[in-house]
Design a protein around this ligand. Structure first.
Ligand code: GDP
Ligand code: MG
Length: 174
């Protein structure tokens, strides 16, 4: 249907503990700690970006189970991807690169929007990945980059608006 056509499916990827669910919950406007216990969730919300409404369906389901099926599904179904690592966890940064490579392999012929997100920027003293390393990685992997703090709600709005802009840019150039 027409309405389904402009719902943008956004998939969160990244290692356990990097802040995927925290970012998704902020997007969904849910701060309730009871719901926060759930392993996977989908958030449906409209936002205004540059004066135009966008309907986003954000999937926080990557860790719902460990099956190949789910992970394949995730790689196939997104209109856009948010690959999250924690700036306090080098291994999660390396995992983010792996995920980017996997995604490129899976969606070779498509130019899907991807934003690499370095979350937990508030944890200054336990930082293991610099902002320069994050930026450089995004250049290599040809995607956008932003650092966020879900704890401080810093840059979270910009992240989701950025995703919408990336999707629109590609649609307009077709
Ligand atoms: P997920 O496993 O990727 O879904 O990560 P969660 O959203 O469950 O977050 C894992 C832990 O990191 C939780 O204890 C969060 O409260 C914490 N966390 C998430 N984002 C941030 C952040 O930006 N700053 C800080 N200090 N902690 C965060
Ligand atoms: Mg989670």
């Amino acid at each position: 249907s027409d309405s389904e056509d402009h719902v943008l499916k956004v998939i969160l990827l990244g290692e356990h503990g990097v802040g995927k669910s925290s970012l998704a919950r902020i997007f969904g406007g849910i701060e309730d700690s009871h719901e926060a216990e759930e392993a996977g969730n989908t958030y449906d919300r409209s936002i205004i970006v540059d004066g135009e409404e966008a309907c986003l369906l954000v999937f926080d389901i990557w860790e719902q189970d460990d099956s190949h099926w789910l992970h394949n599904q995730c790689m196939k179904m997104g209109d856009a991807y948010i690959i999250v690592y924690s700036v306090t966890d080098k291994a999660s940064f390396e995992k983010a690169s792996e995920l980017r490579i996997q995604l490129r392999r899976e969606r070779q012929t498509e130019d899907i929007p991807i934003i690499l997100v370095g979350n937990k920027s508030d944890l200054v003293r336990s930082r293991e990945v610099s902002i320069e390393e994050g930026r450089a990685c995004a250049v290599v992997f040809d995607c956008k980059f932003i650092e966020t703090s879900a704890a401080l709600h810093h840059n979270v709005k910009d992240l989701f608006e950025g995703i919408v802009r990336q999707i629109r840019l590609r649609k307009d150039s077709k």
